[in-house]
Design a protein around this ligand. Structure first.
Ligand code: SF4
Length: 371
């Protein structure tokens, strides 16, 4: 449409076609339209060192997978990013090595669904079923990758995002518990508390299985922060379904979350097959009930940190006061405290004295032993 009807571009390049750019430019130069939106089955970015714009020099994202093999009906990722591909662990370690050399102190391992990370030599995951016994024995799954990174860089703080409840294993939680440098925070989108809606969304777990996972996380890492994504007003959602979502919020009492009213995305399965039938005012009312309840849980969770001494990595100056630093504790909660002589990138122990629903306030009591 952009090329043919609206004629506002000369070239359309998909995310995996950047290596074809010289040819595409030649095509355009010789007066032809150029299109390459073919999605690769292999990881094509593995050896590309990303250019980090607007970096704070302290925290960085490191991609470990791209694309997704799940087919949640509200999500466009499987169509725009293609099949899931995992990156060679050696190239991940090399990128972290470079970040460490440059002085970065915290990395977030990033993927649409990190728990399904699997490296056995490359290519699509379905090929793994046909892989040799040798390949299977030497394969690296997400918990192994976490373990490798945590052991190789014991001074580096490690986070990861996003987890999918249907793919997260106990091994991942146990690996988190085994390493002090893996932060105690799991972003675990639930999307809805209703089994019927979860099915409509093609989330391949029930709310009971989700709660079991939450119980296991709390058993193995009692102070682990858990955050959510929730969509309110998904097609066919009833008041009863909405009440189930509020019940799920009550059950978990998330530390924080990202909440949205459903809006149809072109190209998704829901966009093609489901009628966006919950009226906007109802979606908005349900969303505001979810947000209000979440806010009370944020307050409940931040209050639990008050009175404790917590390790904070300084990321920059507080938005509210130039005399205060802003950083995060292991649970990813923002902490602000007077600057004194500390500097960006320091790990500092902070005595937490006060809080709002989103921010902890305190005073530094010295460097942590991670410096
Ligand atoms: S919501 Fe996440 S798990 Fe589901 S299809 Fe999209 S990227 Fe994959």
């Amino acid at each position: 449409k952009l090329l043919d009807e609206e004629k506002i571009v000369d070239m359309v390049v998909g995310p995996d076609a950047y290596k074809d750019l010289p040819n595409l430019i030649k095509e355009v130069d010789s007066g032809r339209d150029a299109v390459n939106v073919i999605l690769s089955k292999d990881e094509t970015y593995g050896d590309i060192a990303p250019v980090r714009l607007n970096t704070n020099g302290v925290t960085a994202f490191v991609s470990i997978t791209r694309g997704c093999d799940n087919m949640c009906t509200f999500c466009v990722v499987p169509f725009t990013r293609g099949r899931e591909r995992s990156r060679d662990p050696q190239s991940i370690l090399a990128e972290i090595q470079e970040l460490s050399r440059k002085g970065f102190k915290e990395i977030t391992l990033l993927g649409q669904n990190v728990d399904s990370y699997l490296w056995y030599g490359g290519g699509l995951k379905k090929n793994f079923e046909n892989a040799s016994e040798m390949q299977k024995a030497t394969a690296t799954n997400f918990s192994k990758l976490l373990d490798m990174v945590a052991l190789a860089y014991p001074k580096m703080r490690i986070r990861f995002s996003t987890s999918n409840p249907q793919d997260m294993t106990l091994d991942v939680i146990k690996t988190m518990a085994a390493h002090k440098n893996i932060c105690n925070h799991i972003h675990l989108p639930v999307q809805s508390g209703s089994n019927r809606i979860l099915k409509e969304m093609n989330r391949l777990h029930t709310i009971e299985e989700y709660f079991e996972l939450i119980d296991n996380i709390r058993k193995i890492i009692p102070d682990c922060a858990i955050s959510q994504d929730i969509i309110s007003g998904f097609p066919t959602e009833t008041e009863e379904d909405h009440a189930d979502t509020l019940k799920a919020l009550e059950y978990v009492k998330y530390d924080f979350g990202y909440m949205y009213a459903y809006s149809e995305r072109p190209g998704t399965l829901a966009g093609r097959k489901m009628e966006d039938d919950v009226p906007e005012p109802i979606k908005k009312r349900r969303l505001s009930e979810i947000i209000a309840l979440q806010r009370s849980h944020c307050q409940f969770r931040t209050e639990k940190h008050v009175g404790k001494i917590q390790e904070v990595l300084i990321e920059g100056t507080s938005k509210k006061s130039k005399n205060e630093w802003m950083g995060r504790n292991s649970q990813s909660t923002v902490v602000v405290f007077p600057k004194e002589n500390y500097k960006i990138g320091d790990f500092v122990n902070v005595q937490i004295n006060d809080c709002t629903s989103a921010t902890l306030k305190g005073v530094a009591v010295g460097y942590s032993d991670n410096n």
